[in-house]
Design a protein around this ligand. Structure first.
Ligand code: DAV
Length: 377
């Protein structure tokens, strides 16, 4: 019997990882949680359908290449199942005309030590995404006697889980960045209600004994409360940043090695205690470099800050997107060996190098990198 699952942080030596797939990804049908609107690229609000095949092929090619690079560095790479994401789905509470895809395993799977936790997710289109990982999780369960396989309570996602239907997003789009920050971010309220716990795994930053969870547009306070109760041996802290439409911590605030974190230069932290916690424990927080792009590519719902969405092979070695030269230079200057990886074609499928992966095994145990704590935070 082998030990397969173990990962406590983002930087210890990586030995096994899941890399997603672009196959079958959809511009998803509208639902209360999300409305895609790409009028210039053939998908105005209300329409949906498969991503163009040439884009799927280009993304898959870059993902295969990344998988090969990881393998050449001694990392075992597992892949999820190919599934048909165009199918309509339903629960007894609702029907949804299409699903999404399985490019970003980081959104769904949260690895904490010997545990992999399937996140609730907050979009109906992503309700069944965990199925693509089940063959892998079943195999880990059979082979690793210490693997803790967990799944958060499957959310109902009835209309009670949302403040408004798709009209929320029409209102949101009509506001400029500052108005949206004033209306939503400063009130810690986007479209999710507190009806039930909701979170994406990519809103959780793993720093050993300390977990930082982004209160975002896809993770609500009940979700953070659920995670706090679920990980009683950890210290779970709320993270918030000044941005209008927050999704996922991994293009906002990421650790690079013990004592060093990279922060999005535009998204200022809103939790003063979080900044203080890093300071009193002698962590340095550096603002990330400027991204290479001014605008996201066509059909991309992620921001240009995928530039800082990197993957650490170990404390000294980091995978960075090939064309993000400024980000590469900054990390080089901070003492890293930088391995460039072409990955821009993957962005429209839901993220960068960190999003496209989920840790299975990193060396090392749970350690305390924040021995000084702030009461109440
Ligand atoms: O800044 O657009 C992208 C991360 C998606 N997993 C952003 C966040």
């Amino acid at each position: 019997m082998a030990k397969i699952v173990n990962s406590w942080n983002e930087w210890s030596r990586l030995r096994r990882v899941i890399v997603g797939r672009a196959d079958g990804t959809m511009i998803q049908a509208p639902e209360p949680a999300v409305v895609r609107d790409f009028p210039e690229d053939g998908f105005p609000a209300g329409t949906y359908g498969p991503m163009p095949q040439d884009m799927v092929d280009a993304a898959n090619e870059q993902m295969e290449n990344f998988a090969a690079i990881l393998e050449s560095h001694g990392v075992v790479v597992d892949r999820p199942e190919v599934r048909d994401w165009s199918e309509e789905i339903a629960t007894p509470d609702w029907k949804q005309a299409s699903q999404f895809g399985v490019m970003p395993p980081r959104d769904v799977l949260l690895t904490v030590g010997p545990e992999i936790l399937e996140a609730t997710m907050s979009q109906r289109a992503r309700w069944f995404e965990y199925l693509a990982y089940r063959p892998l999780l079943q195999a880990y369960f059979r082979e690793d006697p210490d693997f803790r396989w967990e799944s958060a309570p499957k959310p109902r996602l009835t209309d009670a889980s949302y403040h408004a239907g798709p009209e929320f997003w029409h209102e949101f789009e009509s506001l400029d960045e500052e108005e949206a920050i004033a209306r939503f971010t400063m009130n810690r309220r986007w479209n999710l209600t507190e009806e039930e716990p909701l979170f994406d795994a990519a809103d959780v930053g793993r720093f050993g004994k300390d977990l930082f969870v982004y209160h975002s547009s896809v993770t609500n306070a009940a979700g953070i409360s659920w995670l706090t109760r679920h990980f009683p041996d950890h210290r779970v802290h709320v993270a918030r940043f000044r941005e209008s439409h927050p999704i996922h911590l991994d293009a906002t605030f990421v650790p690079l090695r013990p004592g060093l974190a990279l922060s999005n230069r535009k998204r200022v932290p809103l939790e003063e205690d979080m900044v203080k916690l890093f300071e009193i424990n002698d962590w340095e927080i550096v603002p990330c470099a400027e991204p290479a792009l001014d605008e996201p590519p066509p059909l991309c719902y992620c921001s240009v800050w995928l530039s800082m969405n990197t993957l650490l092979l170990d404390e000294k070695t980091i995978f960075v997107e090939e064309q993000e030269k400024a980000q590469q230079q900054q990390l080089y200057d901070l003492g890293f060996e930088v391995i460039p990886v072409p990955f821009w074609a993957v962005g429209p499928f839901g993220g960068g190098l960190h999003c496209a992966t989920a840790d299975v095994y990193r060396e090392g145990d749970m350690e305390d990198y924040f021995p000084k704590q702030i009461p109440g935070y």
